[in-house]
Write a protein that binds this ligand. Sequence first.
Ligand SMILES: N[C@@H](CCC(=O)N[C@@H](CS)C(=O)NCC(=O)O)C(=O)O
Length: 214
Amino acid sequence: MAEYELYCFAQSGNAYRAALMLNLIGADWRPVFVDFFGAGLQRTPEFRSTVNEMGEVPVLVHGAKKLSQSGVILSYLAEGCKKFLPQGDAARLEALRWIIFDNQKVNGMLGPYRFLRNFAKQPGHPAVMEFLKGRIDNALGILDKRLANGPYLVGAAPTIADLSLVGYLYYPAEEFGFDIAAAHSNIAAWLDRIKKLPGWAHPYDLMPGHPLPK
Ligand SMILES: N[C@@H](CCC(=O)N[C@@H](CS)C(=O)NCC(=O)O)C(=O)O
């Protein structure tokens, strides 16, 4: 049995943060496929009572521990292996600040936007899509500006803040209907830097469930 198990599926950028971290630290891990778009395991009372009461993926299982929220999972893994850990109290708080901004404003908006464009039973209402797109453009602009100051979000080396922020950013531009890297040169260069880290893999290669059945 692998040391870590990760409840995940290929289309989830939220889960990708944790899967990528596990791969980058060379952990002994295996994915547990959650058939999000089919059986919807995450919606079942059993999942909510035994895996995650919030009904969300990712969930990391490590021994008797079950952790959810990708920011918590990233922090837990970084503390354990001392990799991608921001150095010092100020840097830890700064990383947490970016992780919260990411969850709410960057991937927190990109995820639903992409879901409504590609996977929802009914496509998103144009007014909803327009609202989300405006929020996304604003948040990506803030991220791009930040990345003009240095190679990574916090300090000179990659940290869990970077691994959180890349959550949805490697998925194909067609899924968004706009090209994030082409429109944001600092984000593009940063994505390339992270892609070069040993153990990097694309979300569709790292987690099960791609492509979706027709
Ligand atoms: N802030 C959470 C977001 C997790 C999340 O929204 N996951 C999605 C899959 S990509 C989910 O399970 N959604 C189920 C739901 O919202 O009911 C994290 O970073 O882990």
